[in-house]
Ligand binder design. Structure first.
Ligand SMILES: [Zn+2]
Length: 259
């Protein structure tokens, strides 16, 4: 029997200029966004989809100054409390990091991969193009110390099944090797975790590319949005944008879950 469930985890909140999410739109407009991670429990193991920020870079003044302050004013420093760290959420469910079977990273930006320091020892899945792009050193928003263990990660080369009923598929554009996740559920419709292929509902509804596109590949980002929408239609799936607070608030609040 499929007992799969998805717990949305609010790992931090982030204020930034809206054009970061919507290309050529929202200059000078600031929005508050959730920085989510998702705990996916399946009969075959537990998966984390993204892990949020590195807490230390937010609360330690010298680190904050080094890593996050320079992103202002486009990005304010994310707000994150001790209780929003992944291990705290796991603890609330009677779990520990040892109960996580793998971390699936949609991409390597600091608000998705920074929290790896809080889940040491987990298998990490990432697309090879994402690592190759990071290795060029030309990608903004990636911190070298957060990806220092990449030689030990499980590098993926295309669409694949992470677990039965959990399907990863390529959605490049925002970054070189971005991936999204399709999850079958026992009760409700399947869910597609868009990741930053679609930050906001607006990206999906209006087919607007993310503001940041790797090498300005807007057409690739738009093709990924259309791929997500197409799969949503074919599979009758819900599309979950990643940084949309109105949408996030409509989801079950931890420890509630979707199944
Ligand atoms: Zn991103």
């Amino acid at each position: 029997m499929n007992r799969t469930r998805i717990y949305p985890l609010l790992t931090a909140t982030h204020r930034y200029e809206k054009t970061v999410s919507t290309r050529h739109r929202g200059y000078g407009v600031y929005i508050d966004a959730p920085i989510p991670a998702y705990l996916i429990e399946t009969p075959n193991g537990r998966i984390l989809f993204d892990v949020g920020c590195d807490y230390h870079k937010i609360v330690t003044p010298e680190l904050r100054e080094q890593y996050l302050e320079p992103m202002r004013p486009t990005f304010e420093v994310p707000q994150m409390s001790q209780t929003q760290r992944i291990p705290h959420y796991l603890q609330a469910l009677g779990l520990s990091v040892a109960d996580i079977d793998l971390v699936f990273l949609s991409h390597l930006h600091f608000d998705h991969a920074g929290g790896l320091c809080d889940v040491p020892g987990c298998d990490v899945h990432i697309h090879h193009a994402e690592v190759a792009a990071a290795d060029t050193g030309e990608v903004s928003g990636i911190f070298e110390d957060e990806i220092a263990d990449r030689d030990r990660w499980k590098i993926q080369h295309g669409d694949y099944d992470v677990a039965p009923g959990v399907h990863a598929f390529e959605t490049p554009g925002h970054t070189a090797g971005h991936m999204s996740l399709f999850i079958e559920l026992p009760k409700g419709p399947p869910v597609i975790l868009c990741g930053d292929a679609a930050d906001l509902t607006e990206n999906l509804a209006d087919e607007i590319a993310p503001g940041y596109c790797w090498k300005d590949r807007e057409a690739e980002a738009l093709a990924s949005i259309r791929r997500i929408k197409q799969m949503g239609t074919t599979e009758n799936a819900e599309l979950w944008p990643n940084h949309d607070f109105d949408f996030f608030r409509s989801l079950p609040a931890f420890p509630a879950y979707r199944d």
